[in-house]
Design a protein around this ligand. Structure first.
Ligand SMILES: NC(=O)c1ccc[n+]([C@@H]2O[C@H](COP(=O)([O-])OP(=O)(O)OC[C@H]3O[C@@H](n4cnc5c(N)ncnc54)[C@H](OP(=O)(O)O)[C@@H]3O)[C@@H](O)[C@H]2O)c1
Length: 292
């Protein structure tokens, strides 16, 4: 596993979605630990805080524009990094993503596609662009930020959950094909983490709720009650959630450890461990009752 512990060797890391939350903290944690870190984000207007910290702490961190839904922006960013780093990229953290909420019947195909564009195809695009570099150098670590929702389904989250399940299957499969090239693929599965995830949460345009500001209320919707209940329960979960630095620490440990098995999964947060434990010990029927 490539690490910044090889003190004389520069180790280059790329993180997507670094404007806030887990990506922001991961970029800072990597840079503080000696990784030459490219904190990428789709909107450079959100880079002030990380640039300020970089300057204050003299960190080896660069901010670059990268929108995971835009082929050209990915190509340009990765080419720039490869040119600046003599063709080397050691670590990729696929973090960019968001949640879409709503009952499947009230979500449009377009909204589903957009969810997969960011959370799944975005990851595929960045990996495809970086693989020739990692394969040539015959090493690399790819960390995919999944979720407990990549292991367990919940009501009203079919779009998000299916995108994270897809990411899990993708990661598990490519871990086999990339291992012979010295490339390790890892899944990180946080529970609820206190980031901008809840404020960035999208609620489908046709989803009926009185709580969402962006949507209209339709009490005649067959899903009105469950939607109200779930949305009301969603935000409070973030109030006492684990801080994003917890995820960053796990990522840092994983990429600096010599003993990580390809394809390994890492839960983050007490809620994540508890939930997976409960899931393991309950029948499908018992677990369903608990979730409802
Ligand atoms: N927070 C949680 O409870 C939780 C739990 C499990 C997994 N996760 C996963 O953790 C990852 C990071 O989320 P977070 O919790 O840190 O939320 P966050 O604070 O909302 O950060 C999400 C990041 O992804 C970026 N992003 C969204 N779409 C993008 C695109 N098309 N191209 C590039 N960047 C894009 C956002 O950029 P903008 O600022 O421009 O929107 C932001 O930088 C996500 O994959 C999420 O699914 C979060």
């Amino acid at each position: 596993m490539n690490t910044a512990d090889d003190r004389n060797k520069k180790v280059v890391a790329v993180v997507t979605g670094s404007s806030s939350g887990i990506g922001f903290e991961t970029s800072l944690a990597l840079a503080k630990n000696g990784f030459v870190t490219y904190a990428t984000m789709r909107n450079l207007g959100k880079s002030n805080k990380i640039i300020e910290l970089k300057q204050k702490k003299k960190l080896p961190l660069e901010v670059l524009k990268l929108d995971v839904t835009d082929d050209k922006s990915i190509k340009e960013a990765i080419e720039k990094i490869a040119n600046e780093q003599q063709g080397t990229i050691d670590v990729l953290v696929n973090n960019a993503g968001y949640g879409l909420l709503g009952p499947l019947e009230e979500l449009s195909i377009q909204e589903f596609k957009e969810q997969f564009e960011a959370n799944v195809f975005g990851v595929i695009r960045v990996i495809q662009e970086i693989l020739p570099i990692m394969r040539k150098q015959r090493h690399g670590t790819i960390v995919n930020i999944s979720s407990v929702a990549g292991r367990i389904g919940f009501p009203l989250t079919s779009a998000y959950v299916s995108s994270k399940f897809a990411l899990e299957g993708l990661s598990e499969s490519i871990a086999y094909e990339l291992e012979p090239f010295g490339i390790n693929v890892i899944l990180v599965e946080p529970g609820v983490i206190k980031t901008n995830f809840d404020s960035n949460l999208k609620i489908g345009k046709n989803v009926s709720t009185t709580t969402a500001t962006t949507t209209t209320s339709d009490r005649n919707s067959p899903y009105a009650d469950i939607t109200e209940k779930r949305i009301a329960a969603f935000k409070p979960r973030f109030e006492n959630a684990s801080p994003p630095i917890e995820v960053a620490k796990v990522i840092l440990n994983v990429i600096t450890s010599k003993n990580v098995q390809p394809g390994s999964r890492y839960l983050v947060g007490n809620d994540a461990f508890k939930l997976m434990e409960i899931r393991k010990n309950k029948s499908d029927k018992e677990f369903r009752r608990l979730v409802m």
